[in-house]
Design a protein around this ligand. Structure first.
Ligand code: GNR
Ligand code: NI
Length: 173
């Protein structure tokens, strides 16, 4: 397993629409292992493959609290079957938008279909933080970041700051 660099905004790769996976094989499981290790190292509660530069429809998540046993989840080719009308608001962050946190309202519950680590088809009902995280990660598969749910002014301000931070980083490297 390898910890891979996480791509940060603004980067055109994060705007790509990721491609469906054709089969869940050992090569894909190796990618999922790298993603999980990268996510734990960051640390984060979710990661989409595009965040490490792989434009495929794969997500890993672990919402276990500190001190609880790990609960890794692997979602391949996820599809949302149903979303509630009711919304819930959580303060979101993103490993690809480091150091910015803002409230985002999304459907409070959803039903999800996906392939698991073994390539078996599964369906689950999501609510709370799981519903929010699933939708945040599925946005990544469409090239959408949580900042795309904010006002244009806020988004432009954040992107400017992120760009500036990258320039300073490059200058000192
Ligand atoms: O680690 C993460 N925390 C988080 C908090 C609130 C809503 C969504 C997330 S996902 C984020 C990791 C990440 O960037 N996944 O794409
Ligand atoms: Ni994210």
């Amino acid at each position: 397993m390898t910890i891979r660099p996480i791509i940060t905004a603004p980067d055109p790769r994060l705007k790509q629409v990721s491609k469906p996976v054709e089969r869940v094989d050992d090569a894909l499981r190796a990618l999922m292992d790298d993603m999980l290790e990268t996510m734990y190292d960051a640390p984060g509660i979710g990661l989409a493959a595009i965040q490490i530069g792989e434009p495929v429809r794969v997500i890993v998540m672990d919402l276990a609290r500190e001190g609880e046993p790990p609960e890794p989840r692997y979602l391949v080719n996820p599809e949302i079957l149903w979303k509630s009308e009711e919304l819930a608001t959580y303060e979101e962050g993103c490993l690809s938008v480091p150091e910015f946190y803002e409230d985002v309202a999304r459907p409070a519950r959803c039903r999800l279909r996906y392939l698991d680590y073994q390539g078996e088809i599964r369906e689950i009902d999501c609510d709370g933080m799981l519903a929010t995280c699933v939708q945040h990660e599925m946005d990544h598969l469409e090239g959408i970041l949580f900042i795309d749910h904010l006002s244009r002014l806020k988004r432009q301000m954040m992107l400017k700051k992120l760009e500036k931070a990258k320039k300073l980083d490059r200058a000192s490297a």
